[in-house]
Design a protein around this ligand. Sequence first.
Ligand code: F6R
Length: 640
Amino acid sequence: MCGIIGYTGDGDHVMDVLLTGLSGLEYRGYDSAGVAISEPERTAETEPASSRAGVASTPAEPSAVAGDVTVHKREGELAALEDALPDGSVDGAAGIGHTRWSTHGPPSDANAHPHTDCSGHVAVVHNGIIENYEELREELAADGHAFESDTDTEVVPHLLERELARGADPEAAFRTAVSRLAGSYAVAAVVAGDETVYAARHESPLVLGVGGDGHFLASDVPAFIEYTDRVIYLDDGEFATVTPTGVRIADERGNTLETSVETISWDPEDAGKSGYDHYMLKEINEQPEAIRDCLRERVEELSGSVSVSELDDVSLVRGSATDGDSTGRLRPVQFVACGTSYHAALYGARLLRERGVPAQSFLASEYTTDRVPVSAETVAVGVTQSGETADTLRALREANRAGAETIALTNVVGSSAARECDHVTYVRAGPEIGVAATKTFASQQVALAMLAAALTDGGSQALVESLRAIPDGIQRVLDETNARAVAREFVDSDAFFFIGRGYDAPVAMEGALKMKEITYRHAEGFAAGELKHGPLALVTEETPVFATMTDSQSGGDGLSKILGNVREVEARGAPVVAVTDQPEAVGGSADHVLEVPSVGPAFTPILANVQLQLVSYWVANELGRSIDKPRNLAKSVTVE
Ligand code: F6R
């Protein structure tokens, strides 16, 4: 997830507009930032000596002077880019900007966008993932194109350069270049001496701003709401040609499309939240996009295979780590994690155990190698959104000292966990600003499902179909949920219980954690079978019980067992909310039903969790809590 901005209009303000836009998009990424401005035609005498884009070593000069496109880019937050800009930097007719959240290549000046072609006459920014970039890179390299970054994006300016060299006009060249891309993209380009911004989208957001002094495009409205509230949302497969005087939307063949301009009613103050009252609600709604990004390049529909390239060197076959004889048994996997990430780890360990791997999850704060047997045969996986949680880092370091092979499963490229572990795989959820983890939990679950398949049987058609169905399934939950009404019903309750079995058990625990974090109400979540071993003593007509009952349990006798648990709490007068994909089977036993679509055993609980996130959110909202920054809590816990 990255943020892009484009502007064409008042030539004196292009840089200001781009920088303001990027500051409104930093919630989408902040590990590097850059801008490119297409200047008006220049004479040969004033043409800069260098014709190849690159990164300048001294901040006093533009990062790159590339023909008539000037590029400035820097690793780090937007402030680092702003500090590096020379006074009186060149302004021009049209510009594009980017704030990055890395997926290909670590944060660095070279990997920052915009990326340029060999001649430096074309600059491109991109949000999304180009799945066929390796193949395109090989093809272009064979044609003599040279690459300077590790990114997937860099193929785009070179494709565009090739089309321009073949004589195409910029608009046609851009359309042909984009037609070669597989994957997801919101992509924007400028060409030297041209005051147009060319843009296209497929499965990544892109919105145009229609202004008085020019026109804008961006990943999200906050980037330009200061200048205009009139917007056009682009659909998949649409192209935009944006000039100072107008906007043309076309289809893949260049035919002009009719579009309507909408007026946004948000206050600019709230724009960072895209009109949502809280980042938490926005991030809950970003889950379909986050999961699509997590799945990209890793699942292959036709062959039904899952491959996580970052884990290609990991083998769970015993002996593979020690050069000993393989006994045919699999190496033990130990997950270490805290909080929400621990709930994801419980889910991941269960997935591996189902595939015959001896896998366990440990609370990182309880994990010490004098109590847990660790050897060179052990694979230790740290599940950590931030990659900076002190308890998790300590546990990983201990496992490493005891000889284990370590894997970080994290959201932050370049984080301590990512740097210190032997291997790292990213969940690609984009930045999460709300303190309560939401989209990162869903992405961790999906990343763990892929890790489990990649390290064992390589997946199956059914698995890939289920994984691919999750984003649309979540979208349905978001569109059809009645969580707000359920939340209103129970807003005065002082205590909540969450129960589930099998894959639903970690979701019950996560449901309770979310509820206590943001509502400050007492909440407990546990495997439903534990009810009668203690918690039942607390169940009364005042304590709502949320029972997650999905098809993840229907393979065995789980569903009938949890219905038995539901009857136990009903007998004590407790109101029951069923979170289920099987309302006919269980709905009759509940006072309320939060329905989810079925996406296959083991994965439907990911959707059930979204309903629980929404219930907690709406209870907290009714209570007027500080939802994005709950009391006493921090986003990253860097002390043990
Ligand atoms: C809860 C939450 C925390 C974190 C925990 C671990 O909403 O966000 O429980 O999950 O502090 O953090 P990471 O995943 O960054 O290691």
